[in-house]
Design a protein around this ligand. Structure first.
Ligand SMILES: [Zn+2]
Length: 621
């Protein structure tokens, strides 16, 4: 039978970016894996067969597998599971190996591994006519929690080991699979397995993973070793196969997917393998993943491109020490915030409370109000007490995660969520519930402050540790602190980030370069502003009048509530409302930007005019 490729396929070659080359002169038992894959009902696609043929080469001189370690990194959903499961079953069944063999499957989290076995691997085996228990090869599948295994009639065994169990594992292992090693932030998993394979000359370690993040130190190291081995054409030690998006890849360029997603079918329904094998992924499936994932996560999972957004975390920790000032003090409005460590973290319930604001010199400042609390008992009372003590302009909390559980209780305790520009009802304090996008902005802003040297902290140990151990995750087109993989309780840095964000939202007026000062008139407000762009300001001047103005000097102009066209100023003041006050008009309290900007200008006018403030503002009108 001739196998004809459908149109389009030949013009869309999919090839690995890096791959140890096949040495055809060497024997390979990759074909044995392919037969197991057929028995599992998931015949190898060409990329899986190629990878197996290389990874299963036998060194002529030693008669042992040429590669003790095999690292395969491909995008998600490309068929890694079939590849390593076939490898493991083949190891257990092939007469090539002295029986019985012991193989281990490990994952970073015991739960992830167990889910994978329950949902994917056990059903695959049970559906297989040759491999289902009782058919002669597999004697038992055991699902007992913490003791999951597949036992073969010849005595071989595939066991599920979590990172913690593998460290105490003393039994001999002939083979180990390390699934998704990008999760590994240290070598605990490898080191746990090492001793049990030390004396096994023909042992093999199979590592499979998609690309990782900055925290993926184990994957990074092996990728470096793997690429070096490919370049050196060493032919032993580590075999390396990487399918990933090209440099400068555009994730929206769907045509490009065919170049590095080896399981993606160019012409569904798939007839590409002429009945012998099938592609397992369609473009529609990738599209729907693209729609549901954040862009850096999509690029990581499906482009197999590392997510380096965490570099910000190290940028932050780099500048952090330089921002320490044990004598630093807050001046002016203070924002209060808290963060609670999630239950699945190593610090469940640990609660950090922080305040942030500005110092007298204008630099930002954040600190923990007290040691990290071991649990959430009494939290709401404590927050209310602190809000009163500091007269906090806002209490900030993360709307997602473990803190969210306290929103209702805080509202019952006298906090109110009110949009910016509105004051909380009398007797209530403002509560700000930060969403994903806002939180990501807040994280970026704190790192900016730290790296620009515009931030100060007291050098408190839990906060320093949180910054040093911080990890990030993609969030809302940006990134945020991550508990996963963090080396210390992230709560302190999350609380400071939130407090800083709350202060930026409610504690200060945003910079308004036009305003120098203001003056109350009987029927108008005088606003003195500094020209900020060359050329005349359109519409600047008294309401209803329009006269050309010189741009290069300070000016004073009466501004009525309905301003005519001063850029930006119009928007600010037009939202404000003038009210009668002791015969004068003044801006109503709580008018957001305009009110606070003018308030600041007024303060500047009564005090010493600072640089950039219009000297005319201080003159009596
Ligand atoms: Zn196909």
């Amino acid at each position: 039978m001739t196998i004809t490729a459908p149109p389009g396929m030949l013009s869309r070659p999919c090839s690995p970016k890096w791959a140890t080359r096949r040495r055809p002169e060497r024997e390979s038992f990759g074909g044995e894996l392919a037969k197991i894959a057929v028995a599992l009902g998931q015949p190898f696609m060409p990329w899986q067969r190629d990878a197996a043929m290389v990874g299963c080469e036998i060194d002529d001189e030693t008669g042992l597998p040429a590669y003790r370690k095999v690292l395969i990194t491909v995008p998600r959903q490309q068929g890694k599971t079939t590849l390593y499961l076939s490898w493991q079953i083949s190891r257990c069944l092939s007469p090539r190996w002295a029986q019985p063999q012991r193989s281990a499957f490990t994952a970073q989290s015991g739960k992830d591994a167990r889910d994978k076995w329950m949902d994917e691997i056990f059903p695959l085996i049970r559906r297989s006519r040759a491999l289902k228990p009782g058919a002669g090869l597999v004697s038992r599948i055991y699902e007992g929690m913490g003791n999951e295994y597949i036992k073969f009639t010849n005595g071989s065994l595939i066991r599920l080991l979590s990172t913690s169990t593998s460290s105490g594992h003393s039994k001999t292992l002939h083979q180990a699979v390390l699934d998704e090693i990008w999760h590994d932030t240290d070598s605990r998993r490898e080191q746990g397995l090492g001793p049990s394979m030390l004396t096994i000359a023909d042992a093999q370690v199979l590592m499979c993973s998609t690309a990782g993040t900055d925290a993926s130190v184990v994957l990074d190291r092996y990728m470096e070793l793997g690429r070096a081995a490919v370049q050196a054409d060493s032919g032993n030690g580590i075999a390396y196969i990487e399918y990933s998006a090209p440099d400068g890849w555009d994730p929206l360029d769907e045509e490009s997917y065919y170049g590095f997603m080896p399981a993606l079918c160019p012409a569904p329904p798939c007839r590409c393998g002429g009945g012998k094998w099938r592609h397992t992924v369609t473009l529609d499936a990738i599209r729907s993943e693209r729609a549901s994932l954040e862009p850096p996560e999509f690029a990581r999972a499906y482009g197999n491109v590392p997510d380096r957004s965490g570099q910000r975390a190290s940028m932050m920790s780099g500048g952090w020490a330089a921002c320490a000032d044990p004598g630093s003090q807050l001046a002016g409005p203070v924002a209060l915030a808290f963060a609670v460590a999630p239950d699945e973290s190593p610090w469940p319930g640990a609660t950090s409370i922080a305040v942030a604001g500005r110092r007298a010199d204008g630099l930002g400042h954040g600190e923990l109000t007290e040691p990290v609390r071991p649990g959430t008992a009494g939290l709401v009372d404590r927050l209310a007490e602190l809000a009163d003590r500091h007269d906090a302009c806002v209490l900030v909390m993360n709307g997602a995660g473990a803190a969210a559980a306290f929103q209702k209780e805080l509202i019952e305790r006298g906090f109110a969520v009110v949009p910016p520009g509105k004051d909380p009802p009398p007797g209530k304090r403002r509560l700000q519930v930060v969403g994903a996008r806002e939180y990501a902005q807040g994280c970026g802003a704190l790192v900016q402050d730290v790296s620009n040297g515009r931030w100060r902290h007291l050098g408190q140990a839990p906060l320093d540790a949180a910054v040093a151990g911080a990890r990030t995750r993609p969030l809302a087109d940006a990134w945020a602190w991550s508990w996963r993989g963090a080396k210390a309780d992230t709560g302190p840095v999350e609380a400071v980030t939130l407090a800083r964000h709350g202060h930026a939202t409610f504690g200060v007026a945003p910079p308004a370069p036009f305003f120098g000062g203001w003056r109350l008139g009987r029927s108008h407000i005088d606003i003195c502003h500094r020209a900020h762009t060359p050329g005349p300001h359109r519409g600047a001047g008294p309401a209803g009048a329009s006269r050309p103005r010189a741009a290069d000097r300070d000016r004073r102009c009466p501004v009525r509530p309905r301003l005519g066209g001063i850029q930006d100023v119009r928007g600010d003041v037009a939202r404000a409302r003038l009210v009668q006050f002791r015969g004068y008009r003044r801006l109503a309290a709580g008018q957001g930007r305009a009110a606070s900007t003018l308030k600041r200008s007024r303060e500047a006018m009564s005090g010493r005019p600072g640089p950039g403030e219009c000297p005319r503002a201080a003159r009596p009108g």
